[in-house]
Design a protein around this ligand. Structure first.
Ligand SMILES: *Cc1c(COP(=O)(O)O)cnc(C)c1O
Length: 430
């Protein structure tokens, strides 16, 4: 692979080693990290401590929706921090009220609660489900196989992947998993204890799999029939990533009956703060007052600072029509990934996803990967790092593209050219 930048001087290599050493000695090794030490970013690019530049098509796992070091975020942080950072939820503040109104406006009649992360937002929805079913002795939440709902005890119980549960038994009770996009299986799984069904609109960690329109509409009808809450985890697929504010709005676009679809609860986080930590959940109107005074809380939830940043992120997305950008450039990217699948079938199996939530599914048994025990996805992501592109693996075979919503056409072109360089190399077509 050709070097893009001159070899960095030895002193800089030492900085990489020094920081690695701090982690080895002091940071809990719960993450499998790539050998990159990052120092700063600008727009769609990240730089490591040796000054090497990477096109960031991962956005910190769908978080940095305006790219890095966006001046509007900096200004919002500075201006709000000079006024008020935090006061606790014993009091009212304007930014939290305004952000709730902006979210309600984009989703539907209901109310919002603010938290700090995705897992915490989902925990709130699990509590909502238990409160909802409590007087009838119902508490169970059905979630999908291959789903991902966070790393708290409730989150790993809800997540439909064994690998997150291993070693943490006994797993919290009250969750069972159903095959995704299978309405009959959902119906068959409902028990007298079931209170809710939770799904992602587009499964993220599970491999970039969108729900079908029929599944969404079918689950809505099923939940109405059985008096269950329909909960959606929009943490990764939400916030305009698919081209609409929420993925269900994109999936159901133009579908008869889709215009009236709403879940009963919806979790948000990741892109909501553009990189500043904030999570939230929305509850549809009839259930919006179920969590009454004293039933739920979070010290840092909805601080004026976090909410001011989230408001600014929404303002920029709207002003710059980044929803349309995600849709249009996303379509182009997917078209190009499909072309790679056609031209290099021994390396790329197919594309997956919607808008700026895309997956490149790798072919099984790529010969160049045979010598390593690392998954194909990891090896591919590593090769992309070597040519200066950052992406995110999902499962063993899928490489996710989750670019910032303000990615430029020329950057998308650069990304595809570099992905093709890696694919071509693996296909041995050089
Ligand atoms: C990332 C993610 C979560 C967990 O969010 P955290 O902020 O890491 O707690 C939950 N659900 C989905 C779909 C996610 O992608």
């Amino acid at each position: 692979m050709k070097e893009l930048e001159p070899t960095p001087p030895p002193i800089v290599r030492n900085q990489h080693e020094a920081i690695r050493e701090l982690f080895t000695r002091n940071v809990v090794p719960s993450y499998g990290r790539f050998e990159l030490v990052l120092s700063h970013g600008a727009g769609s690019y990240l730089f490591d401590v040796s000054g090497r530049r990477y096109l960031d098509l991962g956005s910190g796992i769908a978080v940095c929706c305006l790219g890095h070091a966006h001046p509007a975020i900096t200004t919002a942080l500075v201006e709000q921090s000079q006024k008020l950072i935090h006061v606790s939820n014993l009091y009212f503040t304007e930014p939290q009220g305004r952000l709730a109104a902006e979210l309600v406006k984009r989703i539907g009649p209901g109310k919002c609660f603010f938290a700090n992360s995705g897992a915490e937002a989902n925990e709130g929805l699990f509590k909502l489900a238990r409160k909802f079913g409590h007087d009838e002795g119902r508490y169970e939440v059905l979630t999908a196989v291959n789903s991902f709902h966070g790393r708290t005890l409730g989150g790993i119980a809800a997540t439909g992947q064994d690998k997150v549960k291993k070693g943490f038994e006994p797993i919290m009770t009250g969750f069972r998993h159903i095959p995704f996009n299978d309405l009959a299986a959902a119906r068959a799984a409902i028990s007298p204890a079931t209170a809710a069904i939770m799904i992602e609109g587009v499964q993220g960690e599970g491999g970039v799999t969108p729900a079908t329109a029929e599944y969404l509409l079918g689950l809505r009808a099923l939940c109405d029939e059985k008096k269950l809450l329909l909960l959606m985890d929009g943490i990764q697929c939400g916030h305009y990533r698919t081209g609409k504010f929420q993925s269900f709005q994109r999936i159901l676009e133009g579908v008869p009956g889709g215009e009236n679809f709403l879940p009963d609860g919806l979790s948000m986080a990741k892109s909501l703060g553009g990189g500043f930590p904030i999570g939230a959940f929305w509850i549809r109107e009839p259930y919006a007052d179920l969590l009454g005074p004293g039933t739920h809380g979070s010290t840092f939830g909805g601080t004026p600072l976090a909410c001011a940043v989230a408001l600014k992120v929404l303002e920029v997305i709207e002003a710059e029509k980044l929803d349309a950008n995600a849709r249009k450039l996303g379509e182009w990217l997917q078209h190009e990934l499909d072309r790679l699948a056609r031209e290099y079938p021994a390396v790329v199996k197919r594309s997956r996803g919607l808008g700026f939530m895309l997956g490149l599914e790798l072919a099984e048994k790529i010969p160049a990967f045979a010598g390593s025990d690392k998954t194909a996805a990891l090896q591919f992501v590593n090769r992309l790092h070597a040519v200066g592109v950052m992406t995110v693996p999902a499962g063993t075979q899928i490489v996710r593209l989750l670019p910032p919503l303000n990615l430029k056409p020329q950057e998308a072109g650069e990304g595809i050219a570099k992905i093709e360089e890696v694919v071509k190399d693996l296909a041995g077509a050089r």
